[in-house]
Design a protein around this ligand. Sequence first.
Ligand code: ADP
Length: 256
Amino acid sequence: MEVASDPGNLRNVRHVVLVMSGKGGVGKSTITTELALALQHAGKKVGVLDVDLCGPSIPRMLGMANQHVHQCDAGWVPVYAGSQQTLALMSVGFLLEDPDEAIVWRGPRKTALIGQFVSDVVWGELDVLLVDTPPGTSDEHLAVLEKLGKHRVDGAVLVTTPQAVSTGDVRREITFCKKTGVKILGIVENMSGFVCPHCSECTSIFSKGGGEELAKLTGSVFLGSVPLDPLLSASMEEGRDFLQAFPESATYTALQ
Ligand code: ADP
């Protein structure tokens, strides 16, 4: 693998992947978190940049709520999960005095903060930097591409629900990627059926297969489907590593 030749704090970051969704609540941050943990368990050094400025949920999902970033001479030191120093996170959530504080900023201020995240966070050596973006296509997406440079983004993983193929939200996301030249690395169908906590049987609540259909329509890779699993949402709430806690579950297999 070649190390990018960019100057600055991203010099030793090999790959940058955006995680996007057409709308909120489809599990984009959940998938970002599980992707980060799966990569970490596979022995990779992972960074997560949470630019969902109005809804920074990754600190809680990774069990890092109430932590703060520190300044060093080279910039902001991200917060590390555990002592291994192989999963680093930077989020606006770490900069807020009160975690319930709302970010009510206009575009230019958001763009400026994303610029600072891109230039000032001391990531060190990373195999992958995952960027959790807000739902839809907003100032934040354009700011990420502008500040990182399009050439620096390997592509995007799109998260959708099974029924989303019939909605315009995810199609707009695809159009955004096409217009801005961001490669779609693949589509994940989340909330694909419900796993019964008693018998572990998976029942399709919504229609199924929307993610796969969308992948076919857009010529993208279908990366797989993740069921609705109460154990997964509980893990997210408690900041617990689901992959470590439930390696026997069907959802674990789906997330690998
Ligand atoms: P988004 O980032 O798209 O707004 P989140 O990742 O914050 O969505 O997920 C919204 C809610 O749904 C969270 O409470 C999360 O724990 C829950 N959730 C997401 N995916 C699943 C899943 N596959 N199984 C169970 N709960 C899920």
